[in-house]
Design a protein around this ligand. Sequence first.
Ligand SMILES: [Zn+2]
Length: 187
Amino acid sequence: MLPGILLDRDGVINVNRPDHVKVWEEFEFLPGVLEALRALSQLDLPIAVVTNQSIIGRGLATQAAVDEINARMIERVSEAGGRLDGVFYCPHSPEVHCTCRKPQPGLLLEAARALGLDLSRSCLIGDAMSDVQAALAVGCQAVLVASGRGAAQHALVEEAGISSYYLARDLQDAVAWVYDRFRPEQN
Ligand SMILES: [Zn+2]
């Protein structure tokens, strides 16, 4: 079992649109993200995306559209010299109360099963309190980036009294933290 790096998608990898990313044309990489993912890929650890995509359950996008967006994202990352080893998403609307919508840890467990990850030695980089909560629920280290909904979410996390996470400016900053933390411990 390996440590792995889990990433939220919207607000971490791409611009978080208030009207959601429903088609590939609405997907816009945040500045510096492709370079950050290339650097992260050199660590030789599994990298997976874990993302809530309730737009499917709400009827705003089809599963096929979300799959296409994810496939194209993987392709672009790969063209830029990086890699994403898996994308796991929750398609449910919040009303369903599923076990995979973050802050529930179901997606993290699914990624761990698929990629053979030891979550207690892994980390999740996200832009929302629900990411931090999902990570801590399974003993994963949490990194909150301020690039998406970060500032407002940071306030929520503080109000909730959660302090065991690292606050990063953006994915580049988070990757630098991951390097410090994971490179010496690799294998
Ligand atoms: Zn779900």
